[in-house]
Design a protein around this ligand. Structure first.
Ligand code: NDP
Length: 250
């Protein structure tokens, strides 16, 4: 059950953090992985080594997924190397600790491009291939913030995370005739560099205490992605799966 043997998966932003956790979980289930990253080549190679140690293939591709030209080059490389793409995980993302009073339009544009425009660009290229194959799985890594708003006024981040859920529901309709499912995962607090950078060590401890199951791990999100990517999840589409330890902040 939940095997992904002979499947090819692209996980954007899989050099570290949640993306790496997802890439390793998909590889453990049998998939070969395209490891995408923005600037941290060393970390991306480390993810790839861990995948190869499991006996799976790993192709490392540097590309800023907010830039159309770079996304096109990445997909051309995937086509040349594997000839198909079965699973796309739109994970690459970033945030910034600014509320509306501190924010200017360039801050807004940067976060929208990295977190949201990227999902449109990658999904378009992936769905073209998936439509031909008559099979595909697309997963957006949204956030609890996309469902309930951000705690400290990060409206640009919240807009991208809510936007991903809107795209998920809409693309689910577009993809259905071609056997392409589109779902989102909404993680709660997961211990990554992004989380620490946004909240700091002290805040993180306080936030952990507010969640029934505390802070989540990379594997918690990885295993949810394996399920949504599997054949067994064929009837699940347009859904948002909460992986948040019972986080119920309002
Ligand atoms: P990290 O900062 O730990 O990792 C971010 C990853 O995204 C890195 O691999 C980074 O590559 C890559 N990346 C960033 N910008 C780009 C870009 N323009 N093009 C390609 N890759 C890029 O973040 P997290 O693992 O915490 O977050 C991953 C996703 O999970 C995000 O979408 C985030 O919103 C979401 N999320 C995180 C939560 C958390 O608690 N941590 C909670 C809910 C959602 P490089 O290493 O090269 O810089």
């Amino acid at each position: 059950m939940f095997r992904l043997d002979n499947k090819i998966a692209l996980v954007t932003g899989s050099s570290r953090g949640i993306g790496r956790g997802i890439a390793l979980a998909l590889a453990k289930a049998g998939a070969d992985i395209v490891v995408n990253y923005a600037g941290n080549a060393e970390a991306a190679e480390e993810t790839a080594s861990l995948i190869r140690e499991m006996g799976r293939k790993a192709l490392v591709v540097q590309a800023d997924v907010g830039e159309e030209e770079q996304v096109d080059i990445m997909f051309d490389k995937i086509k040349n190397e594997f000839g198909r793409l079965d699973i796309l995980v739109n994970n690459a993302g970033t945030s910034q600790d600014k509320d509306i009073f501190a924010m200017d339009k360039s801050d807004w544009d940067r976060i929208i491009k990295t977190n949201l425009t990227s999902g449109m660009l990658c999904s378009k290229r992936a769905m073209e291939m998936m439509r031909e194959q008559n099979f595909g799985r697309i997963i957006f890594i949204s956030s609890v913030v996309g469902e309930r708003g951000a705690l400290y006024g990060h409206i640009h981040y919240a807009a991208t995370k809510s936007g991903q859920i809107g795209i998920t529901k809409t693309l689910a309709r577009t993809g259905a005739p071609y056997n392409i499912t589109v779902n989102a995962i909404a993680p709660g607090f997961i211990a990554t560099e992004l989380f620490l950078q946004t909240h700091g060590e002290e805040e993180m401890k306080k936030l952990a205490a507010s969640v029934p199951l505390g802070i989540g791990s990379l594997e918690d999100v990885g295993y949810a992605a394996v399920y949504l990517a599997s054949d067994e999840a064929r009837y699940v589409t347009g859904a948002t799966l909460d992986v948040n330890g019972g986080n119920n902040f309002r």
